[in-house]
Design a protein around this ligand. Structure first.
Ligand SMILES: *Cc1c(COP(=O)(O)O)cnc(C)c1O
Length: 404
């Protein structure tokens, strides 16, 4: 029993379809989606099992290959992104590593921006070279560096925009043109912007990657990852890798993430409104020496952010006085904002990248990314903006006192 007539639903807008597109209502008529926590599926006959394995009929085989709850999430994510196909994974890093390892082979070359999530940086810096894959990491905000790096053939290009943690904004359209000229598949990790705030496929990307752990769950409950792209690439290149190496999302996590999608737009837009309001006043607080927010006019790529993002995002990077001592005093003085390296949560979270997420980089690498000892990455939640501003004021005053 479908929730709503599928033909009628297809005529509705994306937000409506995300709420009503559920194909698996059982005979009980439940309002919320049913969940299918099962590892396997039974066949009516030996003939049906044979036909399933031959591929002459469509029948679920095994949850490592497909599961109704996981498939429903994949369909919704593809709909939201405007992608032909989606493959989920157990975590966001599962998505990044599967996309790279499925696509690249020994002798291939990948070009990436150097401002990457910590584990992604490790994949490019340590793992891929050990498999004979050449990795080139450049300053993603420098157009000349892209032109130089992509003047030679490459198999893949990977970026994050806005980047972690300093929120650099990279020119997706320009990089897409260069990547395609070099023969590369262009992958964008869109976690910071979210599917609501930026549409990389419309700007020229071939593959979009998510950690669903972040805004898509958005309530700090489960981990998950997703890779979106063309039907051909997902089916022929990615799926054999994911299915045979076993990077599978659990039905329970898929169910939680599907529920997250019902309120994603509402949450992300409210968080971005909060972030814009806070970023506006942050620069005037004593004890804060710098503010980075893609929605602020003084962001180095403010104009670009305006053309490729639909809002300024839900993250702010700011610097407090007195270096590490100041940053620690600030974090420890917060009453509301929790110290956590997670992000995209309904609750506001802050982290000190230099000693946590980006601890493994050398001082030189951190300098190049603009991460100072006083930098704090702030993931803005759904609390009242004025309460958050009061909390940051408390933190910034503590940072000032730390210098005395
Ligand atoms: C969190 C994150 C990841 C990794 O996701 P996990 O779900 O933690 O494995 C990858 N890229 C970005 C930009 C992230 O923020």
């Amino acid at each position: 029993m479908p929730y709503t007539d599928p033909t009628f639903l297809a005529s509705c807008r994306t937000g409506t379809r995300l709420l009503h597109d559920a194909r698996h209502r059982t005979e009980h008529g439940e309002t919320s989606d049913a969940i299918f926590p099962t590892s396997g599926f039974v066949y009516d006959s030996a003939e049906q099992a044979e036909a399933t394995f031959e591929g002459t009929i469509q029948h679920l085989q095994y949850s490592r290959y497909g599961n109704p709850t996981v498939d429903a999430l994949q369909d919704r994510l593809a709909l939201l992104e405007g992608a032909e196909a989606c493959q989920t994974t157990s975590t966001g890093m599962g998505a990044v590593s599967c996309a790279l390892l499925a696509h690249l082979k020994a002798g291939d070359r990948i070009v990436a921006s150097s401002a990457l999530f910590g584990s992604t940086h490790w994949l490019l810096d340590s793992l891929l070279p050990s498999y004979g894959i050449e990795t080139v990491m450049i300053d993603g905000t420098n157009p000349a560096a892209w032109e130089e790096a992509l003047s030679r053939p490459a198999k893949a290009v990977l970026i994050e925009t806005p980047s972690n943690p300093m929120l650099d904004v990279l020119d997706i359209r320009h990089i897409a043109t260069l990547a395609h000229k070099a023969g590369a598949l262009f992958m964008v990790d869109n976690v910071f912007a979210t599917p609501v705030g930026q549409k990389p496929l419309e700007l020229g990307a071939d593959v979009v990657i998510y950690s669903c752990t972040k805004h898509i769950d958005g309530q700090g409950r489960v981990m998950g990852g997703a890779i979106l792209g063309s039907q051909k690439w997902i089916t022929e290149t990615l799926q054999p890798f994911v299915r045979n190496t076993g990077n599978t999302l659990s039905p329970f996590n898929a169910w939680v993430l599907s529920k997250g999608l019902e309120t994603l737009q509402l949450r992300v837009e409210a968080m971005a409104r909060n972030a814009a309001r806070i970023a506006d006043v942050l620069g005037d607080l004593p004890g804060i020496t710098a503010v980075r927010y893609p929605g602020r006019k003084d962001h180095p790529q403010a104009k670009l952010a305006h053309t490729q993002m639909s809002n300024g995002g839900t993250l702010i990077a700011f610097t407090v006085a007195n270096g590490k001592k100041g940053a620690f005093a600030c974090l420890n003085a917060f009453q509301l904002i929790a110290i956590s390296n997670n992000l995209g949560d309904a609750r506001s979270l802050a982290t000190h990248p230099a000693t946590t997420t980006h601890r493994k980089l050398t001082q030189e690498q951190r300098n190049a990314l603009g991460i100072t000892d006083g930098s704090i990455r702030f993931s803005v939640g759904l609390e009242d903006a004025e309460d958050l501003i009061a909390d940051i004021r408390r933190g910034a005053e503590a940072a000032l006192r730390a210098g005395r």
